[in-house]
Design a protein around this ligand. Structure first.
Ligand SMILES: [Zn+2]
Length: 348
């Protein structure tokens, strides 16, 4: 009788736990669904929010004022708005700045509506839009103006990401991206780290071990590490001192790393908390040791190859900035447009 009672208690406990888990799952799913449904900025919503130049200008002005305008001359934060000149005048020293100055729109004659649409295009896809396609979508005569606008937005993305350092545990590797380089166009091609037609990119990605019994159990079907933020930096060379200096710039002091046994990584212990070296040539499946860094490099190459047939070496960083910016904000859904707007206003 006592045994039966225990069994019954156990079953009731199991049942209540199961019920609790089901309710939590439904709640999480519904929250996720509704959050997505509320936040997503689809084409219709974008057109409703920003139907014309006036609505874009009003939003840009309101965001700029919300973020704060500081006079570079005297540090005063109070300004008069001069509507006729689309500019602010400092209440203290009288210095004037235009609505666009200091933002990504400075020195551009393109309408606000163009900038807004370009930001929407770039944030509405995990891939990207070429300048040619954007020019077609905007029906604008000058390819160069559109090309320059997109690169400015990508620069803003890079500046924003450079504010944050990686931390905890990172995977580290170098990737080789196909680029066009006029000087080495006709030389015989080498493969891998010595290749002239491939640009060298240092890739770092946060990759923290998962607690198999903890809250991260939902990731159990993925590699046994949870992926975080990524950084990709185009390097002139992969010399040890240059790699060490770049890593020191991009990670917090308490960061540990795992990498292959490339000799250029020999000095990393000087700037990291710990550095685990794995001889990937002895391991058949290198992607099980460095799963996320290989996945990020593969994804970035696919995105670039899909749209840009030949990338000049000097512009590769710009495209990687866009890839990393969107990768690092992959759970932002529709908020991404608003976040990018902030990055474009706080450009300088
Ligand atoms: Zn002032």
């Amino acid at each position: 009788m006592e045994v039966k009672a225990n069994c019954l208690c156990l079953k009731l406990a199991d049942f209540s736990e199961l019920l609790y888990l089901c309710l939590m799952t439904i709640r999480n799913l519904s929250q996720k669904y509704f959050m997505f449904a509320e936040n997503i900025l689809n084409l219709f919503e974008f057109n409703n929010r920003f139907p014309d130049e006036a609505s874009c200008l009003a939003h840009f002005k309101s965001e700029r004022e919300r973020l704060g305008i500081i006079c570079k001359n005297c540090g005063c934060s109070e300004h008069y708005w001069k509507k006729d000149r689309e500019s602010y005048q400092c209440k203290k020293c009288g210095k004037r700045i235009t609505l666009r100055s200091g933002t990504v729109l400075e020195n551009s004659n393109l309408p606000y509506l163009y900038w807004f649409k370009a930001m929407h295009l770039l944030t509405s896809t995990k891939k990207t839009f070429s300048a040619l396609e954007t020019q077609r979508q905007l029906n604008h005569k000058s390819y160069e103006a559109i090309w320059s606008m997109l690169h400015k937005i990508r620069e803003a993305m890079g500046i924003r990401d450079s504010r944050y350092k990686l931390t905890d545990y990172i995977e580290l590797d170098d990737g080789f991206f196909e680029t066009v380089n006029a000087e080495t166009k006709d030389e015989e091609r080498k493969r891998g780290r010595g290749s002239q037609k491939q640009s060298k990119v240092l890739v770092l990605i946060e990759s923290n071990p998962i607690d198999p019994l903890g809250k991260d159990i939902k990731f159990k079907h993925k590699p046994n590490r949870k992926v975080g933020h990524v950084k990709m930096i185009v390097m002139d060379d992969l010399q040890g001192d240059n790699i060490k200096a770049k890593i020191a710039e991009m990670v917090e002091n308490d960061t540990s790393a795992i990498s292959d046994a490339y000799k250029g990584y020999n000095k990393l212990k000087e700037v990291l908390k710990a550095h685990q070296v794995v001889n990937t040539s002895e391991i058949k499946k290198a992607h099980t040791v460095l799963p996320w860094v290989h996945s990020a490099i593969g994804n970035a190459k696919k995105v670039l190859k899909g749209l840009h047939h030949s990338i000049g070496k000097e512009y590769l960083q710009s495209y990687l900035n866009e890839f990393c910016y969107k990768y690092n904000r992959r759970y932002f859904d529709g908020n991404l447009f608003d976040r990018l707007m902030i990055a474009c206003i706080e450009f300088k």
